[in-house]
Ligand binder design. Structure first.
Ligand SMILES: NC(=O)c1ccc[n+]([C@@H]2O[C@H](COP(=O)([O-])OP(=O)(O)OC[C@H]3O[C@@H](n4cnc5c(N)ncnc54)[C@H](O)[C@@H]3O)[C@@H](O)[C@H]2O)c1
Length: 346
């Protein structure tokens, strides 16, 4: 079988921790042909670390996307560069896996989607939490209908901040012009996307409170966002760069019971069905189950999925359009915080 040939642009932390290890462990199906970083030594260092002897090293992403022997490009740069590079890759007929958030403005997201459509290439957004086996199992529970109608859904993601992810002290993560914002853009986008995907209905309005509670930084480190869905359901998501240790939690409330997911806990997915008229007080559980979940991690599964999509010419389900819908929530939340009002989402 011919391998999918990949070029990776941006050789920082996500490439080191996610993209490269999960391409290398998929070497029967994918090959890293080229590594690019504006700081060329970083690309060289990763090529050495992952023993990528044949890979071309370059500091020029425009040269990389022109290579005729590449099938796909991973866009792993700071957020403000996603648009230009993804559009450049699509214009050169390369499929694109762009890191979350898709980009930092709706106009930029639109340009990326249009370029992919025009050039008939796939654009997938690396909303990796959808690929966590725990979240995949939870999605199946929701689709089974066992919880009844979901009228409320909440999610929370928190960690200690980008300073514990990357050694860089003056990281672009704290520069609004490069990142698009603080924890809202960085990890709010993960939990907003997860809640939206779990519910499977359009978010029509948001109301947000966004703060910098603890860190001495010019962007937000905590946020709470209320959501209204098209079917009348309500929800909420929270994100935090001041939560220790790391957590990802969701709560889905239906008219027959509830489900809780908690990454890393003893029972990462818990489904609690309530008693009903036939068997008593709905304040008490009728049945508690812990659904099984599959192997792998979120990064591993999403990267392998993208490669499989290309090999099978199958459109990835976390499309550019999906990434744009999630970005809408984040941008509307910032607007709501500024105006102090609910903001409608179209
Ligand atoms: N899916 C996830 O769970 C997850 C986790 C962390 C980061 N991310 C995303 O990954 C992306 C990169 O984040 P990171 O933490 O790896 O950042 P990073 O700062 O560690 O790495 C970014 C790299 O891009 C390089 N770069 C900058 N401008 C460039 C250019 N013009 N051409 C080529 N390279 C250039 C930098 O030199 C740096 O090495 C961001 O969009 C971030 O949101 C996703």
């Amino acid at each position: 079988m011919t391998k999918i040939r990949v070029g990776v642009i941006g050789c920082g932390k996500i490439s080191e921790r996610a993209s490269l290890p999960n391409l290398v462990n998929y070497r029967d199906k994918a090959e890293i042909a080229c590594l690019c970083d504006i700081i060329e030594e970083r690309a060289k260092a990763l090529a050495d670390k992952f023993s990528l002897k044949g890979a071309e090293i370059t500091a020029d992403w425009k040269k990389l996307v022109k290579r005729s022997d590449l099938d796909a490009v991973f866009v792993n740069t700071p957020n403000y560069l996603h648009e230009e590079i993804a559009v450049g890759a699509a214009e050169n007929k390369k499929h694109v896996l762009v890191e979350k958030p898709i980009t930092i403005s709706l106009a930029a997201a639109e340009n990326m989607i249009k370029a992919a459509r025009k050039n008939k290439v796939f654009l997938m957004v690396e909303q990796s939490h959808r690929f966590n086996p725990v979240h995949q199992a939870a999605k199946k529970v929701l689709e089974s209908g066992v919880l009844g109608r979901i009228h409320n859904i909440r999610g929370r993601i928190g960690h200690a901040g980008p300073e514990y992810w990357s050694e860089e002290k003056k990281s672009w993560y704290y520069e609004k012009a490069k990142s698009g914002g603080g924890c809202m853009v960085d990890i709010g986008v993960h939990i907003a996307d997860l809640v939206r995907w779990f519910k499977g209905a359009q978010v029509t309005e948001v109301c947000a409170n966004i703060q910098t509670l603890e860190k001495k930084i010019p962007v937000d480190d905590n946020a709470t966002v209320m959501l209204g869905f098209a079917d009348g359901a309500k929800g909420e998501f929270e994100c935090s760069w001041t939560t220790r240790p790391y957590e990802v939690l969701t709560y889905c409330y239906g008219d027959k019971g509830k489900m809780i997911t908690s990454i890393g806990s003893e029972h990462p997915v818990t489904v609690i069905l309530a008693r009903d008229e036939k068997n008593g007080d709905p304040n008490h559980p009728r049945e508690i189950t812990y659904p099984e979940f599959g192997p792998g991690g979120d990064w591993e599964n999403s990267i392998h999925y993208f490669i499989d999509c290309l090999a099978q010419a199958k459109t990835p389900f976390v499309s550019g359009e999906e990434g744009r819908e999630t970005l809408k929530l984040i941008l509307a939340a910032y607007e709501s915080h500024k105006t102090g009002k609910w903001v409608a989402i179209k």
